[in-house]
Design a protein around this ligand. Sequence first.
Ligand SMILES: [Zn+2]
Length: 319
Amino acid sequence: MNTPLTEPTSDQFEDVNCYHCGESAHTFLLTGQDDLTGKPGNFTYVTCDGCGLVYQTPRLKIEHIGDWYDDDYIAHRRKKNWGILTKFYQRGMDKHDREKDKLISRYITLNSDSRVLDVGSGSGSFLQRLRQQYNCSAGGIDFKDLSDLPFYEGVDFHQGLFYEAPHEDNSYDLVTMWHFLEHDYDPVQTLETAARTLKPDGRLVVEVPRLDCVTYKLFGNRWPGVQAPQHTVLYSKEMLTKFAERSGLEVVDYLPWGAFPAYFYLFAGTVFLFFRGRGLNLQKAIYPYALGQLLLSPILLFEKRLNLSMQTIICKPRS
Ligand SMILES: [Zn+2]
């Protein structure tokens, strides 16, 4: 892990047709770089001529994408933080997991009989919070083996792809995908698997960056939601809704915000504009990050109404 990557060669890429309508004709939209960690490479995002979906093509073949998820990758960052583990059980969870919990609690009441699955479960801290709060049974799935991370204690972890994993139909009360679907190589199959494995009154909660938002207009190809090459699809509200509806799901609610802080996109987009693909050093950035947050706090009070960066769709299986 953390070996310096060289620029990917053309044989590591594959062309893909539109994930929604299957059309191969498309129009160039932007070139993305790995602005978050500064790894080399230029990645092409296009708009489908058939339906308007924005997606990456060519994309890295799935056997190569794992190299782009190393220890620096933000969802797995907690791996380094063994030191805070003891405090974790006393203090409860950090703000991000609290926000996720608050969000799902608008739509479902969990208890000791509930079964929850988090797809793309990363550090596992969200699942551990749900176990602590509701005594529910929690499962996680990720394409990297994260089962030795401390937050997975008591969590049923499966390494692999969601749609290839053995899940029984009608078995989950809640399936969550926090910033997973925009990484997915087959979002329709993923959403169909969610529809099939949810109980009839179960809920699916999907949070992804929103393409038709304020920060994309501000930052363009330096928008943090591009996050090349990991992000395969950049969803607008319209396209996210279409994906859910075609996959056997009924939309219960739509939110122009999510549990992930909108401010991160304002800050990171500004940094990415200046550093242009050389990466963001989070340790050095922590003081400017805090200062910017303080200065923007009057605006951020209204972040749920401003369509700054995120979106969340809440669905149930279509009956
Ligand atoms: Zn299309």
